[in-house]
Design a binder for this molecule. Structure first.
Ligand SMILES: Cc1cc2nc3c(=O)[nH]c(=O)nc-3n(C[C@H](O)[C@H](O)[C@H](O)COP(=O)(O)OP(=O)(O)OC[C@H]3O[C@@H](n4cnc5c(N)ncnc54)[C@H](O)[C@@H]3O)c2cc1C
Ligand code: FES
Length: 283
Protein backbone atom coordinates (compact mmCIF):
# COMPACT_ATOMS: atom_id res chain seq x y z
CA UNK A 1 0.00 0.00 0.00
CA UNK A 2 1.48 3.39 -0.91
CA UNK A 3 1.32 6.42 1.37
CA UNK A 4 -1.22 8.08 -0.95
CA UNK A 5 -3.52 5.06 -0.84
CA UNK A 6 -3.29 4.77 2.92
CA UNK A 7 -5.85 7.43 3.79
CA UNK A 8 -6.84 5.90 7.08
CA UNK A 9 -8.44 8.47 9.35
CA UNK A 10 -9.47 5.98 12.03
CA UNK A 11 -6.83 5.17 14.64
CA UNK A 12 -6.36 1.54 15.51
CA UNK A 13 -6.03 0.52 19.11
CA UNK A 14 -2.61 0.09 20.66
CA UNK A 15 -1.11 -0.20 24.14
CA UNK A 16 1.93 1.33 25.74
CA UNK A 17 4.10 -1.72 26.38
CA UNK A 18 7.13 -0.12 28.03
CA UNK A 19 9.06 3.07 28.35
CA UNK A 20 12.78 3.71 28.55
CA UNK A 21 14.02 7.14 29.67
CA UNK A 22 16.78 8.46 27.41
CA UNK A 23 17.21 11.93 28.94
CA UNK A 24 15.30 14.12 31.36
CA UNK A 25 12.64 15.01 28.78
CA UNK A 26 12.90 12.26 26.15
CA UNK A 27 11.92 8.61 26.31
CA UNK A 28 11.61 5.63 24.02
CA UNK A 29 8.05 4.27 24.07
CA UNK A 30 7.37 0.78 22.79
CA UNK A 31 3.82 0.65 21.51
CA UNK A 32 2.01 -2.59 20.71
CA UNK A 33 -0.82 -2.29 18.20
CA UNK A 34 -3.67 -4.76 18.27
CA UNK A 35 -3.80 -7.35 15.49
CA UNK A 36 -5.62 -5.31 12.88
CA UNK A 37 -2.68 -2.91 12.73
CA UNK A 38 -0.05 -5.39 11.66
CA UNK A 39 -0.49 -5.16 7.87
CA UNK A 40 -0.46 -1.37 8.03
CA UNK A 41 2.71 -0.95 10.04
CA UNK A 42 4.51 -3.67 8.11
CA UNK A 43 4.56 -1.32 5.11
CA UNK A 44 6.59 1.28 7.06
CA UNK A 45 9.61 2.82 5.33
CA UNK A 46 12.18 4.79 7.37
CA UNK A 47 11.31 8.50 7.22
CA UNK A 48 7.54 7.98 7.26
CA UNK A 49 5.49 8.97 10.29
CA UNK A 50 2.54 7.69 12.30
CA UNK A 51 -0.21 9.70 13.97
CA UNK A 52 -0.14 8.74 17.64
CA UNK A 53 -3.18 9.54 19.74
CA UNK A 54 -3.27 9.77 23.50
CA UNK A 55 -6.92 9.53 24.60
CA UNK A 56 -8.12 12.73 26.20
CA UNK A 57 -5.08 14.71 25.05
CA UNK A 58 -4.90 14.63 21.23
CA UNK A 59 -2.97 13.29 18.29
CA UNK A 60 0.59 14.03 17.12
CA UNK A 61 2.87 13.00 14.25
CA UNK A 62 5.88 10.91 15.26
CA UNK A 63 8.45 9.19 13.07
CA UNK A 64 9.17 5.69 14.42
CA UNK A 65 12.72 5.29 15.72
CA UNK A 66 13.07 1.82 14.20
CA UNK A 67 11.23 -0.43 11.79
CA UNK A 68 8.31 -2.18 13.47
CA UNK A 69 9.19 -5.58 14.92
CA UNK A 70 7.70 -8.82 13.55
CA UNK A 71 5.07 -8.80 16.32
CA UNK A 72 3.99 -5.31 15.22
CA UNK A 73 5.47 -3.36 18.16
CA UNK A 74 6.95 -0.02 17.25
CA UNK A 75 9.46 2.22 19.07
CA UNK A 76 8.67 5.92 19.28
CA UNK A 77 11.25 8.31 20.71
CA UNK A 78 9.30 11.29 22.03
CA UNK A 79 10.40 14.54 23.66
CA UNK A 80 8.06 16.13 26.18
CA UNK A 81 7.33 19.60 24.76
CA UNK A 82 3.62 20.27 25.25
CA UNK A 83 0.14 18.95 25.87
CA UNK A 84 0.05 15.58 24.07
CA UNK A 85 3.69 14.64 24.62
CA UNK A 86 3.28 15.45 28.33
CA UNK A 87 0.21 13.18 28.50
CA UNK A 88 2.19 10.38 26.81
CA UNK A 89 5.07 10.79 29.27
CA UNK A 90 2.59 10.53 32.13
CA UNK A 91 0.77 7.48 30.74
CA UNK A 92 1.31 4.27 32.70
CA UNK A 93 2.50 1.10 31.03
CA UNK A 94 -0.53 -0.69 29.55
CA UNK A 95 -2.27 2.62 28.76
CA UNK A 96 -4.53 2.64 25.73
CA UNK A 97 -3.23 4.64 22.75
CA UNK A 98 -4.20 5.00 19.08
CA UNK A 99 -2.13 4.78 15.92
CA UNK A 100 -2.75 5.76 12.31
CA UNK A 101 -0.38 5.34 9.42
CA UNK A 102 2.30 4.99 8.30
CA UNK A 103 2.03 8.21 6.28
CA UNK A 104 4.16 10.32 4.01
CA UNK A 105 7.22 9.58 1.96
CA UNK A 106 10.15 7.72 3.43
CA UNK A 107 13.75 7.71 2.27
CA UNK A 108 14.17 6.33 -1.29
CA UNK A 109 15.93 3.16 -0.16
CA UNK A 110 16.12 1.35 -3.53
CA UNK A 111 17.86 4.28 -5.25
CA UNK A 112 20.22 4.74 -2.27
CA UNK A 113 21.47 1.16 -2.56
CA UNK A 114 25.08 0.86 -3.69
CA UNK A 115 25.91 4.37 -2.46
CA UNK A 116 27.69 5.68 0.64
CA UNK A 117 25.17 7.28 3.01
CA UNK A 118 25.95 10.17 5.33
CA UNK A 119 23.39 10.79 8.09
CA UNK A 120 23.39 14.16 9.84
CA UNK A 121 21.29 14.44 12.98
CA UNK A 122 20.89 17.50 15.19
CA UNK A 123 19.31 17.05 18.64
CA UNK A 124 16.06 15.09 18.50
CA UNK A 125 16.65 14.60 14.75
CA UNK A 126 18.41 11.37 15.70
CA UNK A 127 14.96 9.84 16.47
CA UNK A 128 13.57 9.78 12.90
CA UNK A 129 17.02 9.02 11.45
CA UNK A 130 17.50 6.02 13.73
CA UNK A 131 15.07 3.89 11.70
CA UNK A 132 17.07 4.67 8.56
CA UNK A 133 20.33 3.90 10.38
CA UNK A 134 18.96 0.56 11.60
CA UNK A 135 17.87 -0.36 8.09
CA UNK A 136 21.28 0.57 6.65
CA UNK A 137 23.19 -1.40 9.29
CA UNK A 138 20.98 -4.47 8.94
CA UNK A 139 21.50 -4.38 5.16
CA UNK A 140 25.03 -2.99 5.09
CA UNK A 141 26.04 -5.30 2.22
CA UNK A 142 23.62 -3.38 -0.03
CA UNK A 143 24.98 0.11 0.77
CA UNK A 144 28.35 1.86 0.67
CA UNK A 145 30.03 3.27 3.74
CA UNK A 146 27.60 4.41 6.45
CA UNK A 147 28.51 7.53 8.42
CA UNK A 148 26.58 9.26 11.19
CA UNK A 149 27.34 12.79 12.36
CA UNK A 150 25.30 13.65 15.41
CA UNK A 151 25.29 16.90 17.33
CA UNK A 152 23.61 17.59 20.68
CA UNK A 153 23.67 20.57 23.02
CA UNK A 154 25.65 18.70 25.68
CA UNK A 155 26.78 15.13 26.41
CA UNK A 156 23.86 14.21 28.67
CA UNK A 157 21.40 15.13 25.90
CA UNK A 158 23.04 12.81 23.39
CA UNK A 159 20.44 10.08 22.82
CA UNK A 160 21.27 6.40 22.12
CA UNK A 161 24.98 7.09 22.71
CA UNK A 162 25.90 3.64 24.11
CA UNK A 163 24.07 1.98 21.24
CA UNK A 164 25.77 4.22 18.67
CA UNK A 165 29.22 3.55 20.19
CA UNK A 166 28.44 -0.18 19.93
CA UNK A 167 27.47 0.20 16.26
CA UNK A 168 30.76 2.04 15.65
CA UNK A 169 32.80 -0.62 17.46
CA UNK A 170 31.14 -3.70 15.99
CA UNK A 171 29.05 -2.88 12.96
CA UNK A 172 31.26 -0.64 10.86
CA UNK A 173 29.40 2.63 11.48
CA UNK A 174 31.63 5.68 11.04
CA UNK A 175 30.48 7.83 13.96
CA UNK A 176 31.26 11.48 14.66
CA UNK A 177 29.74 13.14 17.70
CA UNK A 178 29.79 16.79 18.65
CA UNK A 179 28.33 18.87 21.47
CA UNK A 180 27.65 22.61 21.49
CA UNK A 181 29.42 22.86 24.80
CA UNK A 182 30.93 20.36 27.21
CA UNK A 183 30.39 21.16 30.87
CA UNK A 184 32.61 19.70 33.57
CA UNK A 185 31.38 16.12 33.32
CA UNK A 186 33.23 13.94 30.78
CA UNK A 187 31.56 12.80 27.56
CA UNK A 188 30.77 9.44 29.21
CA UNK A 189 33.75 7.72 27.61
CA UNK A 190 32.78 8.81 24.10
CA UNK A 191 35.03 10.61 21.74
CA UNK A 192 33.17 13.83 21.17
CA UNK A 193 34.12 17.11 19.50
CA UNK A 194 32.99 20.49 20.81
CA UNK A 195 31.36 22.59 18.12
CA UNK A 196 28.43 22.64 15.73
CA UNK A 197 27.41 19.97 13.26
CA UNK A 198 28.43 22.07 10.21
CA UNK A 199 31.95 22.32 11.73
CA UNK A 200 32.18 18.52 11.74
CA UNK A 201 31.05 18.34 8.14
CA UNK A 202 33.56 20.96 6.99
CA UNK A 203 36.49 18.90 8.26
CA UNK A 204 35.22 15.65 6.73
CA UNK A 205 36.55 14.07 3.59
CA UNK A 206 34.20 11.70 1.75
CA UNK A 207 33.10 10.50 -1.68
CA UNK A 208 30.57 13.34 -2.01
CA UNK A 209 29.81 12.87 -5.72
CA UNK A 210 28.62 9.31 -5.07
CA UNK A 211 26.93 9.85 -1.70
CA UNK A 212 23.41 10.32 -0.40
CA UNK A 213 22.94 12.54 2.66
CA UNK A 214 19.99 12.30 5.08
CA UNK A 215 19.45 15.28 7.39
CA UNK A 216 17.11 15.72 10.35
CA UNK A 217 17.29 18.35 13.05
CA UNK A 218 16.13 21.81 14.04
CA UNK A 219 15.03 24.04 11.13
CA UNK A 220 18.05 26.36 11.43
CA UNK A 221 20.30 23.43 10.54
CA UNK A 222 18.78 22.72 7.14
CA UNK A 223 19.77 25.85 5.30
CA UNK A 224 23.42 25.73 6.26
CA UNK A 225 23.86 21.96 6.06
CA UNK A 226 22.07 21.83 2.70
CA UNK A 227 24.41 24.49 1.31
CA UNK A 228 27.50 22.87 2.84
CA UNK A 229 26.63 19.43 1.46
CA UNK A 230 26.03 20.88 -1.98
CA UNK A 231 29.31 22.82 -1.81
CA UNK A 232 31.08 19.58 -0.84
CA UNK A 233 29.77 17.99 -4.05
CA UNK A 234 26.64 16.04 -3.01
CA UNK A 235 23.96 16.38 -5.72
CA UNK A 236 20.92 18.36 -4.41
CA UNK A 237 18.53 15.54 -5.40
CA UNK A 238 20.56 13.24 -3.14
CA UNK A 239 20.42 15.60 -0.13
CA UNK A 240 17.33 14.34 1.69
CA UNK A 241 15.84 16.54 4.39
CA UNK A 242 13.19 15.33 6.81
CA UNK A 243 11.02 18.36 7.56
CA UNK A 244 8.84 18.96 10.57
CA UNK A 245 5.65 20.92 10.05
CA UNK A 246 2.59 21.29 12.26
CA UNK A 247 0.12 18.64 11.15
CA UNK A 248 -3.52 17.81 11.81
CA UNK A 249 -5.03 15.19 9.51
CA UNK A 250 -1.75 13.67 8.28
CA UNK A 251 -3.49 12.53 5.09
CA UNK A 252 -3.70 15.55 2.80
CA UNK A 253 -7.14 16.86 3.76
CA UNK A 254 -6.66 19.91 5.98
CA UNK A 255 -3.76 21.74 4.24
CA UNK A 256 -2.32 22.54 7.66
CA UNK A 257 1.11 21.40 6.58
CA UNK A 258 1.23 23.19 3.20
CA UNK A 259 4.66 24.01 1.79
CA UNK A 260 3.97 26.07 -1.32
CA UNK A 261 2.09 23.68 -3.65
CA UNK A 262 3.22 20.65 -1.64
CA UNK A 263 1.87 19.03 1.49
CA UNK A 264 4.40 17.94 4.06
CA UNK A 265 2.26 14.98 5.14
CA UNK A 266 1.82 13.55 1.63
CA UNK A 267 4.77 14.77 -0.42
CA UNK A 268 7.14 14.68 2.59
CA UNK A 269 8.24 14.75 5.30
CA UNK A 270 11.36 13.60 3.41
CA UNK A 271 12.17 15.99 0.55
CA UNK A 272 15.24 16.27 -1.67
CA UNK A 273 16.97 19.65 -1.42
CA UNK A 274 16.43 20.08 -5.18
CA UNK A 275 12.63 20.20 -4.56
CA UNK A 276 12.83 22.46 -1.51
CA UNK A 277 14.92 25.03 -3.38
CA UNK A 278 11.85 25.63 -5.60
CA UNK A 279 9.70 26.53 -2.55
CA UNK A 280 10.71 29.92 -1.13
CA UNK A 281 9.46 29.43 2.44
CA UNK A 282 10.48 25.80 2.80
CA UNK A 283 13.86 26.30 4.50
C1 LIG B 1 6.72 14.18 10.50
C2 LIG B 1 6.98 14.51 11.94
C3 LIG B 1 7.72 13.60 12.71
C4 LIG B 1 7.96 13.88 14.06
N1 LIG B 1 8.70 12.97 14.78
C5 LIG B 1 8.93 13.21 16.08
C6 LIG B 1 9.65 12.27 16.87
O1 LIG B 1 10.13 11.23 16.39
N2 LIG B 1 9.81 12.55 18.19
C7 LIG B 1 9.31 13.70 18.77
O2 LIG B 1 9.47 13.89 19.99
N3 LIG B 1 8.64 14.63 18.04
C8 LIG B 1 8.44 14.40 16.72
N4 LIG B 1 7.73 15.32 15.99
C9 LIG B 1 7.26 16.55 16.66
C10 LIG B 1 5.99 16.25 17.43
O3 LIG B 1 4.94 15.95 16.55
C11 LIG B 1 5.65 17.49 18.28
O4 LIG B 1 6.62 17.64 19.28
C12 LIG B 1 4.29 17.29 18.92
O5 LIG B 1 3.29 17.41 17.94
C13 LIG B 1 4.07 18.30 20.02
O6 LIG B 1 2.77 18.09 20.53
P1 LIG B 1 2.36 18.63 21.97
O7 LIG B 1 0.86 18.59 22.06
O8 LIG B 1 3.11 17.89 23.02
O9 LIG B 1 2.90 20.10 21.96
P2 LIG B 1 2.04 21.46 21.81
O10 LIG B 1 1.36 21.70 23.14
O11 LIG B 1 1.20 21.40 20.59
O12 LIG B 1 3.22 22.48 21.56
C14 LIG B 1 4.34 22.61 22.45
C15 LIG B 1 5.45 23.37 21.76
O13 LIG B 1 5.96 22.60 20.65
C16 LIG B 1 5.83 23.35 19.44
N5 LIG B 1 5.46 22.38 18.41
C17 LIG B 1 4.43 21.53 18.44
N6 LIG B 1 4.39 20.78 17.32
C18 LIG B 1 5.43 21.18 16.57
C19 LIG B 1 5.94 20.79 15.31
N7 LIG B 1 5.39 19.83 14.55
N8 LIG B 1 7.03 21.43 14.85
C20 LIG B 1 7.62 22.37 15.57
N9 LIG B 1 7.19 22.79 16.78
C21 LIG B 1 6.11 22.20 17.27
C22 LIG B 1 4.75 24.36 19.72
O14 LIG B 1 4.89 25.51 18.91
C23 LIG B 1 4.99 24.68 21.17
O15 LIG B 1 6.03 25.61 21.32
C24 LIG B 1 7.48 15.08 14.64
C25 LIG B 1 6.74 15.98 13.87
C26 LIG B 1 6.50 15.70 12.54
C27 LIG B 1 5.71 16.68 11.73
S1 FES C 1 -1.68 17.55 7.91
FE1 FES C 1 -3.56 17.83 6.91
S2 FES C 1 -2.98 18.15 4.83
FE2 FES C 1 -1.11 17.66 5.85
Amino acid sequence: MTARENHSDTPFAARLLRRLDLSEDTALFTVAPEDAALPLLSSFTPGQFVQLSVPGAGEIPISPADLPQKDGTVDLCVRRVGHVTQALHQAPEGARLGLRGPFGTGFPLPEMEGHPVLLLAGGLGIAPLRSLLMHLLRNSDRFGEITLMYGAKQPKLMLFREELAEFAARRGLRLYLTVDFAPQEPCGGFSCAVGLLPDLLRGFSFDAANSYAAVCGPPALYRCLGADLEAAGVAPQRILLSLERRMRCGIGRCCHCALGQKLCCLDGPVFPLSDLKQIPEAL
